[in-house]
Design a protein around this ligand. Structure first.
Ligand code: PML
Length: 256
């Protein structure tokens, strides 16, 4: 599901410039993805619709719910363990991000670029940054990469909900972010992920990787800031096309 609103530019009405990405002039309001069995589709589509219409970022003027039959057998990947670090300010968050990314082999140059990407006005999709040279690897930098075709089986979801409830963080935002991060971390050429929500009221972000797990960082940005985004750090020399194919097309089910 994707909910959005046309961006209005002062004194101009809706912007008319033709962009490469048809969604470039839209303000993203909310989005959600999942892999479900046919009997659940009805319920989930309704839940997504309600979520789109009741988002605190306001009323969308466009809600797209796409249903697609998936033929390929999903790959099963383990859920990342989660933890939350103590962090009181965005300045402190930058040091935590640098320490975590550096510990898994991301160069200072790539860390700097990643932080700049998530501190800018959000891209629609994720950026792909080479973990040594810091080169941007995605073919369409405006669109970015959209992680899709991911889900969790019912039993694992119950376990995940129980674990998150024990930490007082059992929300759809956290559940979906951990599932997404688990798919990303399951690709051997993806070294780490950095994520900051573009929701002005949501100031917890994370760094994730196979070795670190899913590390939540409170106060990663100032409240009210509309910046945010996702960055995937890629192993130097990896086949980018195959990574993008995996993230966007390969069905993956996460298990606990
Ligand atoms: C998002 O998908 O909007 C980003 C959520 C990031 C953090 C979720 C969490 O609180 O762990």
């Amino acid at each position: 599901m994707r909910a959005s609103r046309k961006a209005k530019f002062k004194g101009q009405g809706p912007k008319v410039k033709k962009a490469k990405d048809p969604q470039a002039d839209e303000i993203h309001i909310s989005g959600a993805e999942g892999l479900y069995g046919l009997p659940e589709v009805d319920r989930v589509a309704k839940e997504y619709f309600i979520r789109a219409m009741k988002h605190q970022k306001g009323m969308p003027d466009r809600v797209v719910i796409t249903l697609e039959k998936v033929e390929q057998e999903p790959r099963e990947v383990p859920l990342l363990q989660f933890s939350t670090v103590q962090c009181d300010r965005p300045g402190e968050a930058r040091k935590i991000i640098s320490g975590l990314l550096s510990s898994v082999g991301v160069s200072d140059k790539a860390i700097g670029k990643g932080i700049r990407v998530v501190a800018s006005m959000a891209m629609h999709g994720a950026a792909l940054i080479s973990c040594e040279s810091a080169a941007r690897m995605e073919t369409d930098k405006q669109r970015g990469i959209r992680v899709s075709r991911l889900g969790i089986d019912k039993d694992s979801e119950r376990k995940l909900q129980r674990r998150l409830s024990e930490s007082g963080i059992n929300t759809p935002t956290v559940r979906e972010a951990i599932i997404l991060a688990s798919k990303v971390a399951s690709h051997r050429d993806l070294v780490a992920e950095l994520c900051v929500s573009d929701d002005p009221d949501y100031t917890t972000g994370y760094v994730a990787s196979r070795n670190l797990g899913y590390v939540r960082i409170p106060n990663i940005k100032e409240k009210g800031s509309q910046s945010g985004g996702r960055v995937f750090f890629v192993r130097e020399g990896a086949n980018t096309e195959r990574i993008i194919e995996y993230l966007e097309k390969r069905p993956v089910m996460v298990w606990v």
